[in-house]
Design a protein around this ligand. Structure first.
Ligand code: HEM
Ligand SMILES: N[C@@H](CC(=O)c1ccccc1NC=O)C(=O)O
Length: 279
């Protein structure tokens, strides 16, 4: 028998879902909608909370894609890695668009519930740190505050010691015949990536042949997109802070906008940017 048209199914009184609808079993929508536990009576707080949750989900998704790209680069499958990288770039666009929905918030609006946030801050997002690690932004001091959350801290400690996507890309450039000295390849993984002139030179060479047949050039452009979108996130965050907080200190105890400006100083995939000066 041919399947009934969708409209007829929707209007059919006889249709009954089992205990839980297949949609819920997959999406866990009912569970998701139990997680918006606001802590004030202010109607504006809900959008702040939901946008924070949406961004958390994006952090996890972007980190997932970056790790997948990393695995494929390690296996010398550059074409394969382009797919998760393209997805990561698009998810970053979605993530960045989420800032728009907080534009209604003036300092007075934020102050109506900010006090209730106590010391909570996005600074304490473990998944944001995991995403930064994948991008090659490593900082031991930033994971130390997690020490008392045993499981979270163990994951962060394990992850910070792993090579980043950028480390894997540098290893790939070396395998493809670029002269990359050991100090740029076998570095202390727990430290921020220090830009190296040999990596910069390698990218200058890759970009001498900007054609679709050059998979390393395509990889470079996909990574550039990810790096640029990520720095957009930081900039949009700073603008949201300036709009709602001005130069007040943050709930995590930082100086606020100035602290964020400093953390923006470290670019991701630095040689991919500096190489452009020599092209
Ligand atoms: C108007 C809204 C927001 C304000 C005023 C704000 C403010 C701040 C401030 C001042 C900091 C520095 C740490 C501190 O002392 O608290 C910070 C860090 C951070 N915030 Fe927000 N934030 C806002 C929205 C968000 C949202 C929606 C997210 C998404 C989850 C988020 C994620 C983060 C992250 C990940 C950090 C750490 C950044 C880093 O280490 O470079 N923030 N925020
Ligand atoms: N750090 C912010 C508070 C804040 O934005 C926040 C609070 C709880 C959960 C997520 C947050 N988002 C980013 O920091 C502030 O200083 O007002």
């Amino acid at each position: 028998m041919a399947a009934a048209p969708v409209v007829a199914v929707q209007e059919d009184d006889e249709i009954q879902f089992a205990e839980s609808a297949p949609y819920d079993e997959y999406v866990h929508a009912r569970t998701l909608h139990t997680l918006q536990r606001t802590i004030s009576d202010d109607p504006g707080e809900m959008s702040f909370l939901v946008v924070s949750q949406i961004m958390e989900l994006y952090f996890g998704l972007i980190r997932y894609e970056l790790r997948e790209a990393q695995r494929l680069v390690r296996e010398d499958d550059v074409w394969g890695a382009l797919e998760p990288l393209r997805r990561a770039g698009l998810h970053l666009e979605g993530l960045n668009a989420s800032w728009r929905t907080l534009r209604w918030m003036s300092p007075t609006d934020f102050n109506r519930f900010r006090g209730q946030l106590g010391e909570a801050s996005g600074f304490q997002s473990a998944m944001y740190r995991h995403m930064e690690f994948a991008l090659g932004l490593k900082s031991e001091p930033l994971i130390r505050p997690f020490r008392r959350q045993k499981a979270v801290y163990a994951e962060l400690t394990r992850d910070i010691r792993e090579p980043s996507l950028w480390d894997e890309v540098i290893a790939l450039l070396a395998r493809r015949g670029n002269d990359i000295p050991a100090e740029a390849r076998d570095r202390d993984r727990t430290l921020d990536h220090a830009p190296h002139p040999a990596v910069e030179d390698a990218w200058v060479r890759v970009y001498q042949n900007p054609t679709p047949g050059n998979d390393l050039w395509l990889l470079g452009e996909a990574l550039t997109e990810v790096g640029e979108q990520f720095s957009d996130w930081r900039y949009l965050h700073l603008k949201a802070v300036l709009r709602t907080l001005g130069d007040k200190p943050g709930t995590a105890g930082s100086s606020g906008a100035n602290w964020l400006r400093r953390s923006m100083g470290k670019p991701v995939f630095p040689e991919l940017w500096s190489a452009r000066t020599h092209m």
